[in-house]
Design a protein around this ligand. Sequence first.
Ligand code: DGP
Length: 138
Amino acid sequence: MDDIFCRIIRGEIPSTKVYEDDDVLAFLDISQTTRGHTLVIPKKHYDNFLSCPAETMHKVFDVAQRIGQAEMAILGAKGVNILTNVNEVAGQSVMHFHVHVIPRYMGGEGGFQITMKGQDTSGMDLPRLAADLSKAIN
Ligand code: DGP
């Protein structure tokens, strides 16, 4: 599997690096949804968060946490969104696992918006739903 982030890792496409070690690379997102918007990726290719082995996933999130802390400390961010999309239906456009670290400021931001709209749950068997999910976790 080869994608645009694999090419960034190999240095074939330039990126504005924020952090790098043997396993993880972080660089500024080209879109800069808000100032400092950073992507954290494993150097080894995995399609998404769900297919990434836990050990690597933990390393990626460790770096994401540190970048979020840095955004709060030196960019004046008042909050941070940590986001990872899985598959096109959830908005994933680059099929290489990545975590967005998006600093949030008071007013004057870019276009980032999350709207979680609740729905009528009266027709759902929530205890059954939770039990099914619980059973499926291994
Ligand atoms: P997603 O929609 O979650 O798959 O996010 C992919 C992000 O990757 C999107 O915010 C834009 C960013 N992106 C795409 N191509 C490039 C690139 O060549 N360089 C950089 N720095 N970011 C890119």
